[in-house]
Design a protein around this ligand. Sequence first.
Ligand code: ADP
Ligand code: MG
Length: 699
Amino acid sequence: MTSAFLENNPSVLSLKGVGPRIAEKLSGIGIDTVQDVLFHFPYRYEDRTRVLAIGALRPGSAAIIECVIDYSQIAFSKKGKRRRMLVCHVSDGTGSLLLRFFYFNKQQESRLAKGVRIRCFGEVRYGASSYEMVHPEIKVINGNDCELEKSLTPVYPSSEGINQGLLRTISEQVLQSLDDDKLKELLPDKIIKKYNMPLLSDAIKTMHRPEPGIDLERLFEGQHPVKQRLAFEELLVQHISLLLMRKDINQCKSLLLNSDDRFINDFYKQLPYSLTNAQNRVIEEILEDVLSPGAMMRLIQGDVGSGKTVVAAVACLKAIESGYQSVLMAPTEILAEQHYHSFSEWFEPLGIQLILLTGKAKAKERKIKIEGIRSGKVNMVIGTHALFQSDVIFNKLAMIIIDEQHRFGVHQRLSLRNKGYDKGVYPHQLIMTATPIPRSLAMTAYADLDYSVIDELPPGRKKVKTSVMSASKRAEIIERVKQSSGHGSQVYWVCTLIEESETLQCQAAEDTLIELQNALPELRIDLVHGRLNLSDKQSVMDKFKNGEIDLLVATTVIEVGVDVPNATLMVIENAERLGLAQLHQLRGRVGRGSSESHCLLMYKSPLSENAKQRLSIMREFSSGFDVAMKDLELRGPGEVLGTRQTGDMEFRVADIIRDEYLLNDVKETAVDILNNYSDRVPLLINRWLGRSDRYGQIG
Ligand code: ADP
Ligand code: MG
């Protein structure tokens, strides 16, 4: 291969063994060019560099052993279908082991006969009487030793139709050309010297083919210089691209909203409470944004119940009284309905035209609504994903509110933004989330946003005492409900199911209603679930609010927006199946009055290790911030922020929690590179972000 091979970065088709069909499959996992091969890193390694003694094996890890077959037999599995299998008993003088094969032919059977010396590679597991390997790779040894690998064997992220063998041979080919054709360093020399970094080519080689003696733990923990170098460069590129995007946005024109606040003042007058200091502060920040050039792009973080909705309402009013339209987007229909309900109460008295637009709208009704949006007759639109559709055209959109940001990707955010685009003018955007974004995340995932925190709950909120109980104690729990109602407080009983099916959830809630009515005949019990229409739902909720219902059986519908201070006990069924964020949302429905509140998390045994951890986090921590931080630790930022599918936060090497300590240096270096080495920026972006052309540009 010529020496400019890597620099020219040809398609993978130039590699041996890669034809159009395989190239297409590789493209599916993000590998299009030879450089992509280098930046597709293994996620673990196998050690085929040495032979282990059977006596030294540890279950759960994979190893090579060399052994003699003591005897082989055909056996049948005892459990389930009687499956025929070949079992070889082997030993090496330090111990013995079973090899188990479910798929084998006559030839293999006769080859694995008594006395034959073999080398096996496989994962060691606990068996009934000794360790075993199921379907190990096998080599018969005739006389001279067969060779061992010189470096650890990489295992790559892959998908159907691409086997590890292929990924290893193509990476081998590209790594060989790396030997005589070093990959161009794009970080300035002074940076490499300053942080004492290994060279990019060496770092990449180590990642793909580590020496046997390497400290794998340090490599995984991100403490190895090789990993640090790559993580640094990746975070740097991510940060640079977001800074560019940010710059782009700041250069866009936006609508100055300089109205006289008459709607806002009327709105304040009709609110039954005064705003918290935190709410007032964030509102000020917003009003400042919409009066200065450049579209507002602000993220508001506030724990469940901190009162983000009123803040959003003020932002919408500012746009409306300035003669423009506002839109509020919620991630679910139920949330959208709840918001619609609150906004109607607030906005109708002010003479503001508002509508709800969700996927449920019938064609005719939808057409009328869309016409209202297009003509400008409608001032305020509340809706769901249905708003993304291309036939929804705004007349003069100036304010976009997105509730619970973490369920939408950057892409969707931008696509809604473009709805307001008119001759280079962008609408203002406010994004509200209950998920606290650690500094590191805010910087990397949201460098395009300003950031406000509502770090204060409305007065009177109480810490909720949380306990975890097995579903086998159901009778005891029902007794707790009875006692609690006896003291005049109200109770939520939340039914959840893992099935996404709303029908099944509602069925479960209906069954529970009957069960509880039988067990607690003295209580007034009612039911609310997602299949009720908006007005039925509202009438049940109103009754609960007015104290005409003692016990409310519900599905996760009540996750949001319900505010009944007299409710002091919440029972959540199948709590082990819910995520921490959702449990925290639900729990936020109690603890709103002056008496002590409780939350009972019911689970069905057996609990997985992960579920056990989640439930104890809920028991231990009450602030949404703590819960979310633990959630981040457990699941990783991609899962928590729901960006995994959209790929916004997929890092190849970096881990923004683990590598947070790098961020100050990353920030400083990013500015240096943008100012002094701007010719390298497109190369860096292309190298790390490849074809993800969403970076650094909008719309
Ligand atoms: P979230 O931040 O979770 O979206 P909401 O906006 O739904 O919270 O507010 C939760 C509840 O708190 C609502 O019932 C709302 O009316 C109430 N609330 C909001 N702000 C205040 C306040 N300053 N004082 C008292 N109650 C408030
Ligand atoms: Mg909310």
